[in-house]
Design a protein around this ligand. Structure first.
Ligand SMILES: [Zn+2]
Length: 259
């Protein structure tokens, strides 16, 4: 299996990274794709990618929570640093809009501006993006319409079938994780095609501090298998086929990295 989105670069995991990686590998994980948050976290990604070059795929971006919580004067140098690093990256993200905590007009303007700058950077470099969108689908879909040539993953997708259709038509793939399947029945996903998804854990759960590598990895794998079981039963196909599809759908965006 390949985890399409996780935070192995979470600062809380660094002291146990060796054990987490070897336990994930032993459980059948071939590669993990990270989600970028801020410059401190990008540095952790760089050291993980150095230590586990064939296992960790770095993905850097200024997360919408970082945009929300950072002064505009500090965002400018952050963006310049991202520009410097972007040449070496295969994917940019997490880029996005999150108005769950603050949906004021000022916040919408601020997040839209930094989201758009990062999307334009990705488009100019012709690189896929990982998008984090919470209560901001209309603004995001307008940006994706106006900025040509974007593609990538919609991380932790929880929107309606109509919103899903609009992202799929825009060239994106839905990255499905624990929040996607929470409280959902199979009938809720009758619209989902086998070419439309990838599976992600979004591990670790930031609400539950990891107590040990063993515990963390068992939760991690459990989250992913809950997703693959759900889809296997939805489509009446073997779970291994769900993982093969997920990998194939990922390869559409980042083919050379998944060999
Ligand atoms: Zn994330």
């Amino acid at each position: 299996m390949i985890d399409a989105h996780c935070h192995l670069s979470d600062p809380r995991l660094q002291s146990m990274a060796d054990e987490v990686v070897s336990r994930l590998r032993a459980a059948g994980m071939r590669r993990v794709i990270l989600g970028g948050v801020n410059p401190d976290e990008w540095r952790l990604q760089e050291s993980l990618a150095k230590n586990y070059p064939d296992f960790v795929l770095p993905v850097m971006g200024i997360h919408p929570w970082t945009v929300r919580d950072t002064e505009a004067t500090e965002l400018e140098p952050m963006f310049r640093l991202l520009e410097e690093k972007s040449g070496k990256l295969h994917i940019l993200g997490e880029i996005g809009l999150d108005f769950h905590q603050d949906n004021s007009p000022a916040q919408k303007t601020k997040q839209s501006k930094w989201c758009e700058r990062q999307l334009r950077l990705a488009a100019a470099l012709n690189k896929p993006v990982v998008l984090h969108v919470v209560r901001g689908h209309d603004i995001m879909l307008t940006l994706l319409r106006d900025i040509k040539g974007l593609r990538g993953l919609i991380h932790g997708f929880t929107g309606s079938p109509e919103i899903a259709r609009r992202y799929l038509d825009a060239g994106f793939t839905l990255s499905l994780g624990p929040r996607t399947f929470q409280h959902k029945k199979q009938a809720d996903f009758s619209w989902l095609g086998q070419g439309d998804f990838v599976l992600e854990s979004d591990a670790p759960d930031y609400k539950k501090p990891p107590v040990s590598a063993t515990n963390l990895v068992s939760e991690w794998i459990k989250t992913l298998t809950e997703g693959s079981r759900f889809l296997a039963s939805l489509w009446n196909i073997p779970e291994a086929e769900v993982w093969r599809r997920s990998r194939e759908n990922l390869a559409y965006h980042i083919d050379n990295m998944l060999a």
